[in-house]
Design a binder for this molecule. Structure first.
Ligand code: HEM
Ligand SMILES: *[C@@H]1O[C@H](CO)[C@@H](O)[C@H](O)[C@H]1NC(C)=O
Ligand SMILES: *[C@@H]1O[C@H](CO)[C@@H](O)[C@H](O)[C@H]1NC(C)=O
Ligand SMILES: *[C@@H]1O[C@H](CO)[C@@H](O)[C@H](O)[C@H]1NC(C)=O
Length: 324
């Protein structure tokens, strides 16, 4: 009996060592690169003074990174052949300023601590910082991720939610990433910031159904405004604020908008129209503290999706290329 227990333990130990497993921790770089968080913060703050797009672009980049291959900076890889993750049609027009933020922060970090901090962790810190710098909650992040070795456009499809998803589809794709419905609703609150192209919601204005071209779940005043900003067959480059009320502030206005039927995407408004998620939306609309708390918890959970730790993956020198 005892012999078998020892064998089992040995076996477990070997498995763990083979997988190079380590753990995320808030103090991961406290001896190897104690200033990493202040260095990244300074670069992010500086970049925001140049362009506000830094804020939504970086937050969304983190989300897309984590949902495809895990939070491992796979989304950062550039490819001359156009077949890396970021080249997928589903990259949903990730704004260049998110990539630029990580590249600049990495350059600054390399000066103090060469080859120590992963690009995946830098993106995690930067995504946290843009939220706080836009008026949202400040929170601690876990660190110790390593950068992935796979970045393929062909592995993006099906792993990211789409703007016409139902509640069931949203819950399913988040559940695949260990995030529950409350996490999903809280994280959707990121749409309090940033821009969307008219093509993402034009169907709700012009071709919803044969009997009602305008989506009946869209506030009619808001629908009029959207039609003005996005006439039929408008230039596909045109983008509008997702939160028309406080577009540059990370706050709970997104949820107040949903209650007013001013959710921009079907996937936003469905959180209020579906009875199974409505109570959470109303709670977040009325209690900003509850939203902030749920958002922080969900961001920390998002940051654990598919992470590589210990000796898995690598610490990239250049975030846009695998080490040679
Ligand atoms: C719940 C399912 C989600 C869907 C269906 C969705 C879909 C989209 C779409 C279609 C856009 C507009 C892209 C464009 O037209 O350029 C967008 C923008 C954005 N999304 Fe989401 N998203 C979801 C969840 C999230 C999450 C979890 C986050 C982050 C925590 C996030 C952060 C953002 C941000 C910040 C923008 C604005 C980007 C910019 O201005 O550059 N989204 N999202
Ligand atoms: C996203 O993918 C399209 C091709 O589908 C590509 O033209 C575009 O440059 C990509 N965006 C980024 C930021 O890599
Ligand atoms: C969402 O849109 C895509 C592309 O237009 C379509 O293939 C898909 O069936 C739609 N999904 C839902 C749930 O309407
Ligand atoms: C439409 O939005 C306005 C605020 O812009 C709000 O006062 C009104 O109640 C909304 N209508 C519906 C049906 O929610």
């Amino acid at each position: 009996m005892a012999g078998r227990t020892v064998l089992t333990l040995l076996f477990l130990l070997c498995t763990i060592m083979q997988r190079g497993q380590g753990q995320l921790s808030e103090t991961f770089y406290s001896t190897s690169c104690p200033k990493v968080e202040s260095i990244v913060r300074q670069v992010v703050a500086q970049k925001i003074t140049q362009t506000f797009v830094t804020v939504p672009a970086t937050l969304r980049l983190f989300f897309h990174d984590c949902f495809v291959e895990g939070c491992d900076a796979s989304v950062m890889i550039a490819s001359p052949n156009g077949n890396a993750e970021k080249d997928a049609p589903d990259n949903l027009s990730l704004a260049g300023d998110g990539f630029d933020t990580v590249i600049k922060a990495k350059a600054a970090v390399e000066k103090s601590c060469p080859r120590v901090v992963s690009c995946a962790d830098i993106l995690t810190i930067a995504a946290r910082d843009v939220v706080a710098l836009a008026g949202g909650p400040s929170f601690k992040v876990e660190l110790g991720r390593r950068d992935g070795l796979i970045s393929m456009a062909s592995r993006v499809a099906g792993n990211l939610p789409e703007s016409n998803f139902s509640l069931t589809q949203l819950n399913a794709i988040f559940a695949k990433n260990n995030l529950d419905q409350t996490d999903m609703i809280a994280l959707s609150g990121a749409h309090t910031l940033g821009f969307a192209h008219c093509t993402r919601f034009a169907n709700r204005l012009y071709s919803f159904s044969p009997s009602s071209p305008v989506d009946p779940d869209l506030n009619s005043t808001y629908a009029q405004q959207l039609m003005q900003a996005c006439p039929q067959n408008v230039d596909s480059q045109i983008a509008i604020n997702m939160d028309p009320v406080t577009p540059r502030t990370f706050d709970n206005t997104y949820f107040k908008n949903l209650v007013n039927k001013m959710g921009l995407f079907t996937s936003d408004e469905v959180l209020f129209t579906n009875k199974a998620s409505r109570a959470t939306v109303v709670d977040f609309a009325n209690n900003p503290g509850n939203f902030n708390g749920a958002f922080v918890a969900a961001m920390r959970k998002l940051g654990r999706v598919g992470v590589k730790t210990g000796t898995a993956g690598q610490i990239r020198v250049d975030c846009t290329a695998f080490n040679s």
